[in-house]
Structures are given as C-alpha cells and as structure tokens.
Design a protein around this ligand. Structure first.
Ligand code: ATP
Length: 328
C-alpha cells in the first residue's frame, strides 16, 4: 500500500499536509501520534470514507483514490468496534460474505474457521454483541474484518477501550492472526508501547505530517528529533555533542541506560535525588544536577531516598546524538 502526498482539510487549517508512506506487503505498520494529529483522518482516507484534496492511495500499485469504500477490499476494525447489535457474533462475521453473495456452505465454513482463529468459543458464537464481553466483541470485530480476506486491514485504536490485562492478551492475538493471514495492516494508535510491541514499522505523525518512519527499536534508540524521542518514551535530553562532532546538538539517553552509583561512562555527574517512584518491576529516580533533572530507571532493590547524593553514569554506547536539524 502506498500513500502519495495526501492532503486534506476540514476547515481552513490543513489536517493532513503532503503525507506519503509506503507499507510493504504483509507488514504491520502503526501510525503513531498525539491526539488530533490526523491519524484517524488518514485511515478514513485510506478506507475511502473521506476523499483527499490532493494525493493518491495505491493498493498493489492500483490507484484506489476514487474507488468507493465497499469496493476497496479493505477490512476495518473501528475504535468503538461498530458491531451490528441485532446480529449474533456469527451473523456479524458472515455479513460481508453474504453481501458478496457467496454460497451458504462456503460462508459457514469460512465464518467458523475465522472464529476458531480469533479464539471465540462455540457457545459464544450465537450471542449478540451486547451479551459478549469487551474482549469477545474485539475478537468478533477482528474476525469480521478478516473473513473477507482483505488486501489491507485497518485498525483504529483497537485496544483503547480494553483494560490493561485484556489489552496485553489482544495485542498478542492481533499480531498472531496478522502473521498467520499475512494481511498488510495499518494500525492507528497513540500508545508508543503498543506500536513498538506490535509493528514492523512505525510512522510517527505530528500536526498533519509524518515526521519519521522506522522500526520501533530505531525510533526509540536513535530518533532523529526530540519530538520523536519524547513521544516514544521517557527521555533525558541534554545540550551537548559528541567530541569531534558539530556543536549545538543535543544528547539523548533513556532512563534505563543510566546507572546510579555504578560502572559506566560519566554522564551527569553527582547530584541529589528529589523523587523515587516504585513500579514493581523497576523504580524511577529523579536526580537534580545543577539546573538539570535526569530520570534514572533502576532495579527495585536500589531505591535511593530523596535527599541522597548519588553519582549518575551512562552505560557504554547508549548516548545518542540527536541530529542538529531535528525539530524539538
Ligand atoms: P485522536 O487520537 O484524538 O483520535 P487523531 O490523530 O486521530 O486524534 P483526527 O481525528 O484525524 O486526529 O483529527 C485531526 C484534526 O481534524 C483534529 O484537529 C480534529 O479536531 C479535526 N477534525 C476531525 N474530524 C473533524 C470533522 N468532522 N470536522 C472538523 N474537524 C475535524
């Protein structure tokens, strides 16, 4: 799937300004960005619910910009799922196949196989959405989108209405089913961890444009801008540059790459702890050094109390120089 220079506006301000993106066949790509940056608008354009002011949407090298949504062979899971409330789980999944006029024996076989794949139990299949749990409804929505064997699957914040335990489960299920079916997938999310855990590639959006595309690891460890660095996770960004490089840039080091009172490359020197937070698996310690504050993520057995003096160093190879031309 390819987007070429897509532009769109609702009112006067541009909502999307020249968005281009290549999604390799079979890949899982997340569109990640803050609220209001244009993610849902972009997905609606790809799905055909909105028409771009300029630009093209190509699927398998065919221009589908003017093809109506029902003829694009794309599957969609909406944030609110939008299941048909009066139809059973089976009826919801069968709907798209019935609309295509397939023989009932084939519909039956494909619906049951799809519901097996998403793990909806046989005794749950005749229930209407209102009598299914959030996780079960999610499985039905995924099955409904995939049963038509779409060329492209789109997921708009599919996990945002689930509690964290269920979210972890569904994250794994979606990725597993996506791998098994090999369907090219585009997911909208504002959650960087979700994007990193699930995607082959992430396109980070801000204010109607894609600011960077890369693997989760690249964007997290070697972002090209302070915006992407901060959006992907907690970040210590300090002025400075690597010896021999151009001055005037900034250095990024993630909190988990800093060490308190341990071995490492000198980074921030000696400072005073002002806050320690316990998260079970780790702790987050805030250290003040002069007029700079740094965050250090450490093991829960080392939790210096506020007021303690500590030495902060960085693990070798973990300091990343942000390009001088990256936006902040
Ligand atoms: P969120 O993560 O909060 O869902 P988003 O990144 O998906 O946000 P969009 O829903 O694409 O953002 O909205 C992009 C911009 O367009 C926002 O400023 C929003 O207020 C505006 N917008 C969205 N829908 C409409 C509409 N129907 N009419 C006018 N403006 C709209």
């Amino acid at each position: 799937m390819r987007l070429e220079e897509i532009s769109f506006r609702f009112d006067t301000a541009p909502t999307l300004a020249g968005v281009s993106l290549k999604v390799p066949a079979g890949a899982f790509v997340s569109i990640l960005g803050p609220s209001g940056c244009g993610k849902t608008t972009l997905v609606k354009i790809v799905a055909g619910y909105l028409k771009p002011l300029a630009g093209r949407v190509l699927l398998h090298d065919t221009d589908i910009t003017n093809v109506p949504p029902g003829k694009r062979n794309t599957g969609m899971v909406f944030q609110n799922l939008a299941l048909f409330p009066h139809l059973s789980a089976r009826g919801n999944v069968a709907f798209g196949l019935e609309a295509r006029g397939l023989p009932s024996s084939e519909i039956h076989q494909r619906v049951e196989a799809m519901l097996d794949q998403v793990g909806l139990k046989p005794d749950e299949r005749n229930r209407q959405p209102g009598n299914l749990s959030g996780g079960q409804q999610q499985r039905v929505a995924l099955a409904r989108a995939l049963v038509i064997q779409p060329s492209l699957l789109m997921l708009d914040e599919p996990l945002s209405n689930l509690d964290s335990h269920l979210r972890d489960q569904m994250r794994g299920l979606i990725r597993q089913v996506q791998r098994d079916t090999g369907v090219t997938t585009m997911m909208v999310t504002h959650d960087p961890e979700e994007a990193m855990a699930m995607s082959d590639l992430i396109a980070v959006m801000n204010q109607g444009t894609i600011v960077e595309v890369g693997t989760g690891r690249d964007l997290y460890q070697r972002p090209r801008s302070a915006f992407v660095a901060r959006f992907l996770g907690l970040a210590n960004i300090v002025d400075g540059s690597v010896i021999g490089h151009r001055p005037g840039s900034s250095l990024l080091v993630r909190p988990e790459c800093l060490v308190i009172n341990g071995e490492g490359v000198p980074f921030a020197g000696i400072g005073k702890v002002i806050n320690s937070e316990f998260f079970g698996a780790d702790v987050l310690v805030t250290v003040v050094l002069g007029n700079t504050q740094v965050l250090v993520r450490g093991r829960p057995n080392i939790m210096p109390q506020p007021g303690t003096e500590v030495r902060v160093s960085a693990m070798p190879g973990t300091i990343h120089e942000l390009p001088a031309d990256g936006e902040s």
